[in-house]
Write a protein that binds this ligand. Structure first.
Ligand code: ADP
Ligand code: MG
Length: 339
């Protein structure tokens, strides 16, 4: 409780100092049974069971590249920084355990901003049973830079890789696609997207409960989280698995807001295929697992939609209702691609 009071004291960053800030973060972070030692020493100590494997992933978020402070609150930014990392653990079927957060702070960011950011980080971590176990803090001469590393565990040999897809596997995706990309597209055009869409962009939900079930029940053969767009991320699975796929265009799951917009503007439909930042899970299962998948969708109250099938021929075909091939416009997100 005391930490909460200290945190809301009106002190500038210069007065608080690096170690004062770290102390506040430490007081807020709490503990977890999987963590023998958290913030405060040179390293954290994570307790890993004998029959488990450790998964680690890291993501960078740069102001002006990954987020725009005019559109997102610091609390949402904290949540998103954690969610996009936990999504990677979910994509392997892992149980997220601890987070490490590097922040480079420019002079424009206040202690209050950081307090809201950390609150977002901690609430998102808690929602997935993870704890903030360390990080690094620095002054930035320009932009706000956030680097989050997440560790999670799976039972020995149970992590789901991109490379396991087999011919004849059904391809499933969770939730709906294109909402986040549509929100960004509208924000960039100075339009005001519906709250349903902006939330999908600013506060994506990591599907860790789904990932864990798919791995625990040994259902998913290949899995990835959709961060760069359905087509790009499916191609990662197909490349790793040395396979191809046929997708059914009409099966792509869309939210009611997205459907409405695509009806008026069919020319931007490809955002659902190539837009990115959906953070839904894309996975393949043997056809015999369909009833199990339907059961999991009910357990989680989360739509899981079969959108196609893995085929031997190494290309990705997207087929329309009339049997013709659909040609999509844009490529998936690539930081270094010329726009
Ligand atoms: P070192 O000099 O060994 O890198 P620091 O003074 O940077 O140590 O960090 C001290 C402790 O505070 C470490 O446990 C580190 O993980 C933690 N820490 C530093 N910055 C952050 C942060 N932004 N979020 C969470 N923990 C942090
Ligand atoms: Mg340090």
């Amino acid at each position: 409780m005391k930490s909460r009071v200290e945190m809301t004291e009106k002190k500038g960053l210069a007065e608080l100092g690096e170690f004062g800030l770290i102390e506040r973060i430490q007081a807020q972070a709490g503990s977890s049974p999987s963590l023998t030692l958290g913030i405060g020493d040179d390293c954290s100590i994570l307790n890993v069971a004998n029959d488990e494997e450790l998964l680690t992933s890291t993501d960078l978020l740069i102001e002006g590249v990954h987020f725009n402070l005019d559109w997102t609150s610091f609390e949402q930014l904290g949540r998103k920084s954690v969610a996009v990392n936990i999504s990677d653990i979910a994509a392997m079927g892992g149980d997220p355990k601890c987070l490490y957060m590097g922040i480079a702070i420019p002079p424009s960011v206040s202690v209050e901003n950081l307090e809201q950011f950390i609150a977002g980080v901690l609430s998102e971590a808690k929602a997935h049973g993870a704890v903030l176990a360390g990080g690094d803090t620095s002054r930035s001469s320009g932009l706000l830079v956030i680097s989050v590393t997440v560790q999670g565990t799976t039972k020995q040999g149970q992590a789901v890789r991109r490379s396991g897809a087999e011919y004849g596997d059904l391809i499933f995706v969770s939730g709906t696609l294109g909402d986040s990309a549509l929100a960004l597209y509208l924000l960039q055009k100075n339009e005001r997207p519906k709250a349903e869409l902006t939330l999908r962009h600013h506060c994506p939900e990591a599907r860790s409960a789904l990932g864990i079930k798919l791995a625990d029940r040994k259902l998913a053969r290949a899995m990835i989280d959709i961060s760069d767009g359905l087509v790009a991320d499916l191609n990662h699975i197909l490349d790793a698995s040395k396979a191809g796929a046929i997708l059914n265009l009409e099966a792509i799951p869309l939210s009611s807001s997205a459907k409405e917009i695509f009806k008026l503007h069919p020319e931007i439909f490809d955002l659902a295929l190539t837009g990115g930042e959906d953070y839904e899970l894309l996975f393949t299962v043997g056809p015999e697992s369909t009833t199990e998948i339907i059961k999991i969708a009910e357990e989680l109250n989360l739509p899981l939609t079969c959108i196609g099938v893995v085929q031997e021929s190494r290309d990705l075909q997207i087929v329309c209702e009339d049997g013709s091939n659909y040609q999509y416009q844009q490529g998936g997100f690539d930081h270094f691609a010329r726009s």
